[in-house]
Design a binder for this molecule. Structure first.
Ligand SMILES: NC(=O)C1=CN([C@@H]2O[C@H](COP(=O)(O)OP(=O)(O)OC[C@H]3O[C@@H](n4cnc5c(N)ncnc54)[C@H](O)[C@@H]3O)[C@@H](O)[C@H]2O)C=CC1
Ligand SMILES: CC(=O)C(=O)O
Ligand SMILES: [Mg+2]
Length: 368
């Protein structure tokens, strides 16, 4: 198969969807890999490394002209021109938060497999996990930064100092993002409260962290109570593939301290804070009712030397299957099949259909 790897063009996105090691694996199985010139520069991977691994360096049009395009971020409007009905697109899509992109993929008839909805039988999301690990750890780091007074925050050190209280970090959602955020917050000495709907998840967190953080059942009353105490609120909930639930409504901001910070990592699925909107690394924050809001939807793009390798480690085995068998790979691997969101003008993912009131075709009807 001919595989294209375009350069990412989302704001300050420095990741790339394939490393030289990944290229070597694909080329070793007889595939052709077309990498856009300088696609790896932001991750410290120059063109020569890709050429040495067996790739051909091409321009954007040629990379997008491949049979399968592997990317990191969802296509941005400037890339919609490249969508076609004989294209297999393998990337993050987050369609439930992007009606325009959903419509563009359906209109073009593109076969679109979303990293974030590839799902194992026990509910894990193997291609979202590596970036959630990065974004979760970053969420605390970023939150600590914006809590500084001259960044708009209340001017508080996350860990406090002897004789002065640490900051309170409230984490909504105790999955991969939430757990990683909590780990770093505890490491920095903050007081941490983590909330989840899943009791078994709270049991796990309680066992692993041995009372070093407080676990709380996620409901409106508890959210209201702990919002009042939060210096830093981290949004980390997910219903796979669906629009995130609005857990913090606009009126609740009034309970929050002036200069408190919200980092809503779930913004890529629409966010779990009503007042969050997607921002960019170039302009990451804004203030509503005295509360600093951070809504960058591609947080891991800021640390490409970590993120590119973490992502590609997980995507390559699936990319190899798709390269070998094309669309038929989905019939052979039901974990990968759950990644299918659009095929030949049909929407095949429930969570996206629910978000937009669109008709959904069952997966079984479109698989070969
Ligand atoms: N902004 C960015 O750059 C990035 C964003 N993300 C996003 O972060 C979000 C979280 O991802 P993961 O941690 O990997 O998901 P996950 O599936 O590991 O964890 C989500 C958790 O939310 C919990 N949950 C669901 N509804 C809830 C509710 N009403 N109250 C409290 N908890 C609730 C679930 O029980 C689960 O434990 C996703 O939207 C993901 O796409 C991930 C990586 C980068
Ligand atoms: C998951 C995601 O949105 C990202 O890594 O950018
Ligand atoms: Mg206030």
């Amino acid at each position: 198969m001919i595989i294209g790897v375009p350069k990412e063009i989302k704001n300050l996105e420095n990741r790339v969807a394939m490393t030289p090691a990944g290229v070597e694996a694909l080329v070793g199985r007889g595939h052709t890999v077309l990498v856009e010139e300088n696609a790896g520069i932001g991750s410290g991977l120059d063109n020569k490394r890709y050429i040495d691994a067996g790739a051909r360096m091409v321009n954007a049009v040629e990379a997008w002209g491949a049979q399968m395009v592997i990317k990191v971020k969802e296509p941005v409007p400037a890339e919609y021109q490249y969508l076609r009905n004989d294209l297999l697109l393998f990337t993050y899509l987050h369609l439930a938060a992007e009606r325009r992109l959903t419509e563009a993929l359906l209109a073009a008839g593109t076969t679109a497999i979303a990293y974030e909805t590839v799902q194992t039988d026990n509910g894990q999301l193997p291609l979202l996990t590596p970036m959630s690990e990065v974004a979760g750890r970053m969420a605390t780091q970023v939150g600590a930064h914006y809590l500084e007074r001259h960044q708009g925050g209340r001017g508080m050190l996350l860990g406090g100092v002897p004789g002065v209280s640490p900051a309170t970090v409230v984490v909504l959602g105790g999955g991969v993002v939430g757990t990683n955020a909590a780990k770093i917050a505890m490491g920095m000495g903050a007081r941490v409260i983590i909330m989840d709907l899943s009791h078994s998840r709270l049991q796990y967190l309680d066992d692993v962290f041995q009372g070093r953080m407080t676990t709380m059942s996620s409901n409106e009353a508890n959210i209201r109570t702990y919002l009042k105490e939060a210096d830093l609120l981290i949004g980390a909930v997910l219903i796979p593939g669906a629009k995130a639930p609005n857990l913090v409504t606009r009126d609740m901001l009034a309970f929050m301290k002036d200069g408190a910070v919200i980092v809503d990592v779930a913004v890529d699925q629409g966010g779990c804070v009503e007042t969050i909107k997607a921002t960019t690394h170039a302009n990451p924050t804004y203030v509503v009712d005295g509360v600093v809001h951070y809504g960058v939807a591609n947080m891991p793009g800021a640390v490409p030397h970590t993120s590119t390798f973490a992502l590609v480690n997980q995507t390559v085995p699936y990319a190899l299957k798709l390269a070998e068998h094309g669309f038929a790979a989905l019939s052979q691997d039901h974990v990968l099949a759950r990644g299918l969101n659009c095929h030949q003008g049909k929407l095949t993912y429930d969570g996206v259909g629910k978000a937009f009131g669109m008709e959904v075709t069952p997966l079984a009807e479109v698989l070969l």
